[in-house]
Design a protein around this ligand. Structure first.
Ligand code: ZN
Length: 163
C-alpha cells in the first residue's frame, strides 16, 4: 500500500479512537506524535464525542464517526487517455464537518511525509538526522524522533511550513 494512504488510514483510526493492533515500531510512534502535536485538540474533542468543527455532541463513538465520515458519491463518465470512455464513482465528504475532517487527515499525513523526507540515515550504524530550519538533530531511532517532536512542537511546525 502507498505510504501516504496507509498514513491517512492510521491517522483516521487513531483520531476516531478505533481499536488498533498495538504497533511498537518507531515510525508508527512518530506518526501519532505528529497527530497529537498538530491536532491534539481534535483528538480530545472526538474522544469526548464532540465534533471539533461544529461543536455538536454525539452520545456514541459510532455517531461521531458517522458525522465526520459521511460521504456521498457521484458517477461520472471520463475519458482519461483520449481513447475509451469509463464510468467512475467518485466518493466525497457530504457535510462541511466531514469535508474539514478529510482535509485535516490529508494535511496531517502530508506533514508526516515532509517530516519523513527531512530525516536522513547516516553513518555506519543506523542513525537518523533530522534537518529542520537549518538545524540538525541526531537520533538513534524513530521513537527518539517522536519523543523529540512531542517535546519540541515548534520544530515540527518548521518542517510543516516548508513547501
Ligand atoms: Zn460537526
Amino acid at each position: 500500500m502507498n505510504i501516504l494512504i496507509a498514513s491517512e488510514h492510521v491517522i483516521d483510526n487513531y483520531i476516531l479512537g478505533k481499536r488498533m493492533k498495538p504497533k511498537a515500531y518507531g515510525q508508527y510512534e512518530l506518526l501519532l506524535a505528529v497527530v497529537d502535536v498538530l491536532a491534539g485538540d481534535v483528538v480530545r474533542a472526538v474522544r469526548k464525542g464532540r465534533c471539533p468543527f461544529c461543536g455538536r455532541v454525539f452520545p456514541t463513538k459510532r455517531g461521531i464517526a458517522r458525522h465526520l465520515k459521511v460521504t456521498s458519491w457521484k458517477v461520472m463518465r471520463i475519458r482519461p487517455y483520449g481513447s475509451d470512455w469509463f464510468w467512475v464513482r467518485e466518493v466525497y465528504p457530504k457535510n462541511p464537518c466531514a469535508f474539514k475532517y478529510a482535509k485535516l487527515v490529508e494535511y496531517l499525513a502530508s506533514v508526516y511525509m515532509k517530516l519523513r523526507n527531512s530525516i536522513r540515515r547516516w553513518g555506519r550504524v543506523a542513525n537518523l538526522r533530522l534537518l529542520a530550519g537549518g538545524e540538525e538533530y541526531d537520533f538513534r531511532n524513530f521513537s527518539e524522533v517522536a519523543e523529540f517532536i512531542r517535546r519540541n512542537p515548534s520544530v515540527l511546525r518548521v518542517v510543516a511550513d516548508v513547501a
